[in-house]
Design a protein around this ligand. Structure first.
Ligand SMILES: [Mn+2]
Length: 334
């Protein structure tokens, strides 16, 4: 096996396929759990495997461990999404647990305690930081997305990848690769995308729904925030903010403005971008760097964390105080 497949233990792959097929053919109950605050890869991987298991005869129950379960708007029409069940409503006994795109037990939220119940657990993931929990582990850090591993599983289970499964898999692939543009985009990702297109994934419609659709309120809040971007020339910092009243007025959640900081980073002369959003528990600060400044170190020094090019922290005070703190770090060589 080459590429991402060489990350997997062939014995574990075979065991996972056998267990899933046997469970399905015996009509057993399989619980599938993706990480909390699910993104496209988490939901796509879980629902694709769910549809495959149902086709083979399993009682498959998809869930994730938070209450209330709120499916993010772009994913509300995914095939199988109506079958999602709250963790509190899971049956008392089930036969097999599969976790998807979750790097640690903590990311499973209220599903995590089920791991201690002695139910065999298959872990399907692609995070290099996966902590190694579970019984059968299919963790492929070289895979662009968890759906990459799921497609392999589904094919080996003998299930045909039709339009519905392809749609779920494509959503995971196109979101985790940033529309086939992030560094994790490789030949395997491109080839998988092609196969899924051929299988009927509506790529054009999905592209529009996932990347080009916003509520009117979201668009207006973006406009507001963009209209007051400021540039601090000596440190090439572009920054802006949105407060809680503005979010409430437009019916927008602070978590719905994920893309704003990337827009701010797009300012041609900026090296660092920062967005400050007021949330119920303080001010959430997102930072991005084009590479010369380690924003992870700055976020860490201010009580948060992240990567060199994408990081964040929570602050008790909003602008201008939080801007002053960050400027002190940037000017201090932090
Ligand atoms: Mn992922």
């Amino acid at each position: 096996m080459t590429g991402w497949r060489s990350d997997l233990d062939p014995g574990a792959l075979e065991e996972a396929v056998t267990r899933l097929r046997e469970a399905a053919h015996a009509g057993e109950t399989v619980v599938l759990a993706c990480h909390v605050s699910p993104d496209g890869d988490a939901l796509g991987a879980m629902l694709a495997l769910h549809l495959a298991l149902v086709e083979l005869g399993a009682v498959s129950i998809p869930t994730w461990g938070e209450e209330p379960l709120r499916v993010p708007a772009p994913y509300a029409d995914l095939p199988g999404v109506d079958d999602v069940v709250a963790t509190a409503d899971l049956p008392q006994g089930f036969d097999l647990l599969v976790t998807l795109d979750a790097a640690s037990e903590g990311r499973l939220g209220t599903v995590a305690p089920l791991l201690a119940g002695g139910v065999p657990t298959i872990v399907v993931d692609h995070h290099p930081t996966n902590t190694g929990f579970g019984d059968v582990r299919l963790v492929a850090p070289s895979a662009a997305a968890t759906v990459t591993v799921v497609e392999e599983l589904v094919r080996r289970m003998g299930v045909h990848v039709g339009r519905e499964i392809a749609t779920c898999l494509y959503v995971g692939l196109v979101t985790d690769t940033g529309r086939f543009s992030h560094a994790n985009t490789d030949r395997a990702a491109m080839e998988l995308g092609g196969r899924l297109m051929e299988a009927g994934a509506p790529h054009e419609e999905l592209g529009r729904r996932l990347f080009e659709t916003r509520s009117l309120g979201e668009l207006q809040v973006l406009g507001l925030a963009l209209s007051r971007v400021e540039l601090v020339g000596d440190v090439a910092l572009a920054h802006t903010y949105v407060d809680a009243d503005e979010l409430a007025e437009h019916g927008v959640g602070e978590d719905q403005l994920e893309g704003l900081v990337d827009l701010v980073r797009g300012v041609d002369v900026a090296e660092v971008a920062m967005v400050v959003k007021e949330a119920w528990d303080g001010w959430r600060v997102s930072m991005r760097s084009k590479g010369r400044v380690d924003v992870g170190a700055i976020a860490e020094s201010l009580g948060g964390g992240g990567h060199a090019q994408a990081a964040g922290f929570t602050a008790a005070q909003g602008p201008p105080g939080v801007v002053d703190d960050v400027l002190a770090c940037l000017r201090g060589g932090g």
